[in-house]
Design a protein around this ligand. Structure first.
Ligand code: M6R
Length: 617
């Protein structure tokens, strides 16, 4: 996730914004840059300088020796690539053509392509592949027409669609910073005769503890004397400053005790970002990444083979079901380490869908290479731009989870599932397998998911009692049918990896073929019953467990009461389209795993024996 910092005041601007940026490194990034408008020490230069570099902050710092003591209003940025690879030209800030305006951005501009064409026709030259660069040219164009920076930035914002927090500095008004926010975070730090802005509070804490959190649609003007906040249209708004009382480490985690909890809470935003710009009004899915594949080429893939490891494999299990239901043809999902040595039935007629958060997992990469060797076409779902899997794929659909720091995957999983749904719907629409009404219904169902997840996250407290009751148990089963079986796999993995408890997932109908022998008093059995068509069957499984004194936790849609009598504990989740329930049903299980691990005193963000990116076999 990109990091933004900005400073206006008497301190050396470059030094200050880079120091602040260092405190945002935990967000992950692949390049960095800084812009300063003002005077170099001992010089009368009044220009706007940008210095940027691919790689870590140290690389940028190496190029800043002459700038370190420069006074002047400054902005700086760490970039987590979304549009365009992690290169120096794509790093922020971006210049206007006349090099008098510089802009940094966190977010995604959905309509950048059409704006780029319009601006290109008006004579603007672009130097990067980013979506961001259009914004600085829009500001420049509006400044030419109005001669007022504030109006120019406002006008530019009115033309873009998408998510953004931005900061703008210029030689037209070198003592002023302009900032705005919609969807991506932006915080102002209030000082004495100086002011600051940043994507997150840790960047500000060394300089001021008085902060003000901008809300969606806010527009801010900062100079030494103060800050002024209004709507994008200029209506003044009041945002109450408050005093931050966290220490720096807590602040890095946004006030959460662990990254895992922070990332669980980020899921509604991550889902919304993965969906952003993907659904047309008529319900059709927009995947420009697959533009090169004609409908005839897509329809010619007689086999779909999904490969991945761990949590990403579980996302693939959901996708297999969904692909088969909307495409009415077989899809396979295989653990990458089995695929690579399994003499897979793959050839030129195969669409190989590779799923990976890191894009670097050794087994998954090897499976991709094996599929390619056998002639398959590779479409990958990856979270890290420019990673090995992304580079070696024919097309990449990036999930927009942002950097995931906790080893146990949460927000990456839900965004993978979301991206896979989008792919399934795109294929189905291109093969004309769904009516216009069906497409619209699926689209509405997807659009409802961020709020549904938000509702579950907001009820985190309701899982706390249950976690306290389960923390001393030692055997857990997770049961489900259909989509619920797919969720069971992921729910069991979450508990295992962070609480070190034995958890097994089973297709519910399999219990009586063996595992039921293990059920006795004290054994916990989580039963997912989110699928109306299979509810009665799940109810029977639940009763089988209850009759053997197992402790039953039922996960059901809101309004469903039929499991209440047989279950010891009922967790209710918002009712969504049954095929999309995995994204919602997994969330209470992530919270449960987290709370059980916490109650057991486990190391949550870095569980024993595990690594975030498994780059060895
Ligand atoms: O980076 P990847 O998605 O390729 O990683 C695959 C697995 O190692 C990963 O999903 C792992 O299972 C999770 N950390 C579990 O939470």
């Amino acid at each position: 996730m990109c990091g933004i910092t900005g400073y206006v005041g008497a301190r050396p601007g470059v030094r200050t914004v880079i120091d602040m940026l260092r405190r945002l490194e935990y967000r992950g990034y692949d390049s960095a840059g800084v812009a300063v408008a003002g005077l170099a020490a001992g010089s009368d230069r009044g220009d706007l300088e940008i210095v940027k570099a691919a790689g870590k902050l140290a690389v940028l710092e190496g190029q800043l020796q002459d700038h370190w003591e420069m006074q002047g209003t400054a902005i700086a940025h760490t970039r987590w690539a979304t549009h365009g690879g992690p290169t120096t030209p794509n790093a922020h800030p971006h210049y206007s053509c006349d090099k008098r305006i510089a802009l940094i951005h966190n977010g995604i501009i959905e309509n950048f392509q059409e704006l780029k064409e319009q601006l290109g026709a008006a004579g603007h030259a672009f130097t990067s592949d980013t979506d961001t660069e259009v914004m600085v040219h829009l500001v420049e164009e509006a400044y030419k027409a109005t001669g007022c920076m504030e109006t120019a930035v406002r006008k530019a914002l009115c033309q873009v669609r998408g998510a953004y927090s931005i900061a703008v500095v210029s030689t037209h008004e070198p003592d002023t910073l302009y900032a705005a926010k919609t969807a991506s975070p932006l915080i102002l730090g209030l000082g004495n005769d100086e002011n600051f802005l940043a994507s997150d509070i840790p960047a500000l804490m060394r300089y001021t503890k008085r902060v003000l959190v901008l809300e969606d649609g806010d527009f801010a003007v900062l100079n030494r004397q103060g800050v002024r906040v209004s709507t994008r249209d200029g209506e003044p708004v009041m945002r109450e400053p408050f005093l931050v009382t966290w220490d720096e480490q807590t602040a890095e985690r946004g006030g959460y005790p662990h990254f895992m909890l922070k990332e669980i809470h980020e899921q509604p935003r991550a889902l919304a970002d993965t969906l952003r710009g993907r659904i047309r009004e008529d319900g059709r899915v927009v995947l420009p990444e697959l533009e090169a594949f004609t409908a005839a080429r897509l329809a010619a893939f007689t086999r779909i083979s999904i490969v991945a490891c761990g949590t990403a494999y579980h996302a693939g299990v959901v996708a297999k079901k969904f692909f088969e239901s909307v495409l009415r043809r077989p899809a396979e999902v295989t653990v990458a380490s089995e695929f690579r040595y399994g003499d897979p039935l793959v050839g030129p007629d195969t669409l190989c869908v590779v799923v990976s958060q890191s894009g670097e997992t050794a087994d998954t990469l090897a499976a991709l290479r094996e599929a390619r060797r056998l002639g398959a076409t590779i479409v990958s779902m990856v979270n890290v731009v420019g990673s090995s899997i992304a580079r070696e794929s024919d097309a990449v659909i990036y999930t927009q989870a942002g950097p995931e720091i906790c080893v146990a995957s949460t927000k990456a999983y839900v965004t993978q599932v979301m991206a896979l749904y989008l792919l399934g719907l795109h294929l189905a629409a291109s093969e004309q397998r769904l009516s216009a009404d069906e497409l619209r219904a699926y689209a509405q169902g997807l659009t409802a998911l961020p709020d549904a997840v938000e509702a579950v996250v907001a009820q985190a407290l309701s899982v706390e009692d249950l976690a306290a009751r389960l923390a001393d148990k030692s055997t857990f089963f997770y049961l489900g049918r259909g989509y619920d079986y797919a969720v069971s796999l992921e729910a069991a993995l979450k508990l295992k990896e962070i609480s070190y408890l034995h958890a097994e997932a089973y297709a519910a109908g399999e219990m009586k073929h063996g595992p039921l022998a293990l059920v006795e008093k004290g054994v916990v059995v989580v039963c997912f019953a989110t699928q109306p068509a299979l509810f009665e069957k799940m109810l029977s499984n639940l009763r089988e467990v209850s009759a053997r004194d197992g402790l039953v936790v039922a996960v059901v849609p809101e309004g469903e009461r039929r499991a209440d009598a047989a279950a010891d504990y009922v967790l209710r989740i918002p009712a969504v389209l049954p095929c999309f329930a995995p994204i919602v049903a997994v969330v209470p299980m992530q919270l449960l795993a987290y709370l059980v691990a916490r109650a057991r005193g486990c190391e949550i963000d870095q569980p024993r024996n595990l690594a975030k990116s498994v780059t060895v076999e």
